[in-house]
Design a protein around this ligand. Structure first.
Ligand SMILES: [Zn+2]
Length: 235
């Protein structure tokens, strides 16, 4: 019985420690920090996406500019050839003019595409600047809160360490195997050790089985809940 009463006391400080850790995690400054960090990561991803887009666009614009230069060369060549060797008949003249016009048509299509890409690239530039401004603001806010939170965390850590020491001190004198069992139950049920309430488990409120009731009647100091696995102290 002594062991289980010690474990009961251990649980009190263990719960106090858990509660304190929960409070630390729930700190509004901590939540704000996480929120800003998440936002910053999001903005970084947006920037990466824009940069990738811009790279593809730049490659395409370069290719278009090269192609336009090449086609302009072809037009100049064809025009010079037309001037130098005047076609003998109308059909031949028409054919050559049509071929030059086809080249010019392609050039203006490419130029239109290039102009559109330039406009898109400018829009991406603006977007990038906006994202950077937003990210910088979030960063500044993050840094401001971080200073406050670090101080808060430092203070909280002192209390946390003290609580951990208290828990370790309470663990002394408890059979390590029993403590392991406690930790095992705690993985699936909060407050692993409970008390008998009427003839029910104080943890899950399940009525004891007939066999367990017999154990209690025979004076056994504890039973284990068949439903939740908790250790139920009889007294
Ligand atoms: Zn139970």
């Amino acid at each position: 019985m002594q062991q289980y009463e010690l474990l009961w006391q251990y649980q009190q400080v263990d719960m106090e420690l858990d509660q304190y850790e929960k409070e630390m995690r729930a700190s509004s400054n901590r939540r704000e920090l996480l929120k800003h960090r998440e936002f910053l990561l999001e903005q970084q991803n947006v920037l990466k996406k824009i940069e990738a887009d811009v790279e593809i666009m730049s490659d395409r614009m370069e290719a278009l500019a090269d192609e336009i230069t090449r086609l302009n060369g072809s037009v100049a060549e064809a025009t010079a050839n037309f001037e130098a060797n005047r076609p003998q008949d109308l059909e031949e003249a028409k054919k050559q003019i049509a071929s030059i016009q086809k080249l010019l048509g392609t050039i203006s299509r490419y130029e239109a595409e290039l102009a559109k890409l330039r406009k898109d690239a400018e829009a991406r530039d603006r977007q990038q600047r906006e994202v950077r401004v937003r990210a910088a603001k979030a960063r500044a806010e993050f840094d401001r809160i971080k200073v406050i939170y670090d101080e808060e965390f430092k203070e909280a850590s002192v209390k946390l360490e003290a609580l951990k020491k208290k828990v370790a001190a309470e663990a002394r004198g408890i059979d390590p195997q029993l403590l392991e069992k406690y930790k095992g139950i705690k993985r699936h049920a909060a407050m692993p050790i409970t008390r008998l309430r009427e003839d029910r488990c104080g943890g899950c409120n399940m009525q004891l089985s007939a066999a367990d009731k017999d154990k209690v009647r025979s004076g056994q100091p504890y039973v284990e809940c068949e439903n939740c696995g908790r250790i139920i102290l009889v007294k």
